[in-house]
Design a protein. Sequence first.
Length: 610
Amino acid sequence: MKSKHIFLFILLVAILGSCQPNTWEQENDAVYKSIKKEYQLNADGSVDYRYQHQLKYITHNSFNRMFGESFVIYDPRFQQLKINKSETKMADGKLVASPANAFNEVLPGFAAGAPTFNNLREMVVTHAGLELGCAVNFDYELHSNSGYSPYLNDNVAIQQSTPIENMEIVVKVPEGTSLNYKLINSNVKPIISKKEGLTTYTWKFKKLEAIANESNQPNEKLFIPRLIFSTVSLNEAITDVISNADLTLTDDMKSFVQKRLAGKKQGLEFVKELQKIVGSEINSYYVPIEYTAYSIRPLKEVWSSNGATQFEKMVLLNEFAKFMGFDSKLLFSIPEKTYDPAVGNLKDFGKILMQTKVEDHEFVFQCNPSQKNTLGFEIATDKIIDIDGIEVILPAYIKETKNTVSATGNIDILENGDYQGSLLVKLSGIQYPYFDLLLNPENAKTIVESIVPGGSIGKVELVTFDRSGCEIKAEINGKEIWKNQGNYYFIQLFFSSLGIDAAHLRPLTGSRETPISIGYPVFENYDITYSLPNGFAIVGNEVKYEIANTTGEIKININSIDNKVRVNRLLKVEQSEIISEDYAGFKLLIDGWQKEKSKTLIIKKVQATE
């Protein structure tokens, strides 16, 4: 009897263990039965990479749109590709191999318009015999010649948009070679073994859920498991790129820059002109750094080709700045979660920027000539290092400044719907266009235009401004503030497009599996009194709505005394990313903030004016 119970228990465990894949097949277009990635650094510096997967197709969408083809990008000058298997096992068990004409080389999309990188190839493998219930076995090897890649490294996203039953990452290095690694959002430990002069690290993952397809996810997707590894330190990886590059500026390059900057005011105008030269007038090559063999071309070649990768552009911009006398250096901004000085990985690692001292203040730049403020606000939560691997501390005001937009004042609504009054507008943080104000104080009007139509703005006075924020007084005089619908007058209350609206949030769903990103914490506040024409009154009850939770708070108060309606609206969101556990509270705030009754004033003519 006892053995019978044991047998039933084992059977139950087996049934339960098989439930998840069956559920996956009911809920997904396809399921990876297995994925294996194997890396080997050889003693001569060459690298062998092997990729294998078995993918089961569940729906028509899986083979008509999602996984009808596989893609391999490589450089045939230095790498040799070998397809070991591209075979479909149909639902009835029949095996169908991809025919000879299923293998076609094309230019990778990101290399289009980039002649320097037209040597790259993308092997497009079309899978044959696809149908409901079939499975594809795909297996290829890529050998990189010694010297092509300066070290072994990768940044592997463990989860994908499709569930994975089993995933295995294997990394082999010669004995005595260090492998530095960091695994985030997972507790899996590597199995380490030594054999035939190689040290092997093996990570095995099971039952990996698909990444939910949800809007406004953080760009870096650092909420999923990710394995980052390298045989060099971060400082070594950065130094290798820079020290092996020819950063010489030719006489023609120097002469060109000097002529372009002649007549410009030294300081910010110089930097903006350099940004224009490098950022706008040199073509951008959106080639990921791993396909450049982690290298940059000589700057004279970059210049003569009139095209550059983003890495090359930043190096060129920095060299131009130094040539023009600026104290300038390159910075590397890396998310805190993936930062590890021991792991030298530059694939999807973060941002390359330039820190430049302009008139005794240090600002952070990229190549965008439309840049309106230091990028220090955007990287304030990252780890920041220079090319020597030394941590860089941003000026204190960066972290002390809140991302704030507010407006206070009075608006008088006339009987014909026109309006007049004044507002005091305050803005600070990421959205604050400090550079625009430095170059021309009259640009303060554009800040007010984020709240009221430009044609309604009269005299604008820039009361105060510094590196962190500004105060602006504006006279308002506009036409037709309301819309008349059946003698009910609808007035859209003033609010700024530089607050939560700048996050461009799509309609919020009832629940969420992944974090939602709004870009940066937000503090938005309006305290405006609207004076109604004689004989008009607010329709409906006054509004008082307050919520506070772990993600922030809102306070909305709309009340009237005689013909004056005071509108106070406050929104505070404390984090730039809201995890799924806090999503319900965040949705509560945003839904309350966007309710029509909190954004729109409805008034009605209740008696004739005398």
